[in-house]
Design a protein around this ligand. Sequence first.
Ligand code: UN1
Length: 499
Amino acid sequence: MDARTLCARLGLDPGVLAGGEQAVLSPIDGSVLAQIAWASPARAEDRIARAAAAFAAWRQVPAPRRGELVRRFGALLREHKVSLGALVTLECGKIRSEGEGEVQEMIDICDFAVGLSRQLHGLTIASERPGHALRESWHPLGVVGIVTAFNFPVAVWAWNAALALVCGDAIVWKPSERTPLCALACQSLLEQAAAGLEDVPAGLSAVLPGGPELGLLLADDRRLALVSATGSCAMGRVLAPRIAQRFGRSILELGGNNAVIVTPSADLELALRAIVFGAAGTAGQRCTSTRRLFVHAQVRAALLSRLRAVYARIVVGDPREAATLVGPLIDRGAFERMQAALAAARAQGASVHGGGRVLAERFPHAWYARPALVEHGPAVRNSSEEVFAPVLHCFDYEDLDEAIARHNAVPQGLSSAIFTNDLREAERFLSAAGSDCGIANVNAGTSGAEIGGAFGGEKETGGGREAGSDAWRAYMRRSTATINYSAALPLAQGVSFDV
Ligand code: UN1
């Protein structure tokens, strides 16, 4: 189905899709999906001002009522899962199952947020003073700016939006310039969810399609109490200091360089499937994609020969076709960065399997590549750069502590996994001296996290946490109250100050 029909099903005004100066291209074949208008600075100003006004009203709506908006949004997502998933496929090139999986991730976070809307709890704390109570409350924070990447054009926004909305915040979204239609469709569904709900103020949610300058605008605007940004480390390096400079809060979800360790006791079939999904799936375009493999020398030959065999038969192709497992790269630049990484590995003596361009005749304006396995010799110990493409660097190791040290010896710290049937190895990997990532898995791959846990990573990944667990606290402000219900005024720490 074409983008126009899908957008119409999702409630988008067809006028939005035509007449604008920006062509939206599909990575599937390079065709023009729509011509849309970018948001001007004046429009951004207007939307932020409206969001700030909406926040003043929304923060006073009882949280379970705020949850009702998210509940209705989740219901619409269930109804439109196939259409929105198909739009994700058209605009970012994911295979159908992963496009729909992304919408499922949105539904899941909506369910989570609805429950949370009755659980935004604080603490009561023992006071050291007689007749005193100490209470911690969580209050809505303000307007939240959300900056997202092309590779998860709907789910990552939803993690932020669903939590921010139940927490009482207003939201302003700058989607990737590659995927504005997905963003406009999500905004349309959210507006449909709000229709008829009297306590939802106008302007509570806005989308600002456009380029990096809009991201800078959000970073610099003091009215945004929090900016939650997902993208490359380079992007984070630009936005973070600007947000910090005005003492704004940020949630940064930046690059990963995720690794899998396979030990001699591992179930190799299990490891194989997880590695292929993690490294080749989504054409290697997840921040959680598996980019490095440390395999014990004893099982290296067995695992790599199976990996080579599976890699050789992975179907790369049109993501709308049922047999396809790996769709296109987002654009030519991604393909060129992939080729440069492979050339650099070859120059270091690695043997590279796969990695070349395919389907160039059928899709001359799109960029399909075979996933690549890069087998390094003993001289090369690690790979420290994130290349957003299906490239898996394979290394062997002899000693687990040494493997963990190499695993951690990269700037990024998002996701990680060990495949082992040895309890000691598993627990060592999960311990304080183990993986230094925000996500550490045992016998499960690096990508495809559920929303129930907090999502994010350490070091240059940025330190932010989104989605489940207590990630909601970042979208609220904490207020500590001391209540004196006595007739005296004892001071803390026993200080005496008689007047
Ligand atoms: C991302 O690539 O930015 O864990 C997010 C995963 C998905 C989210 C990835 N749930 O792979």
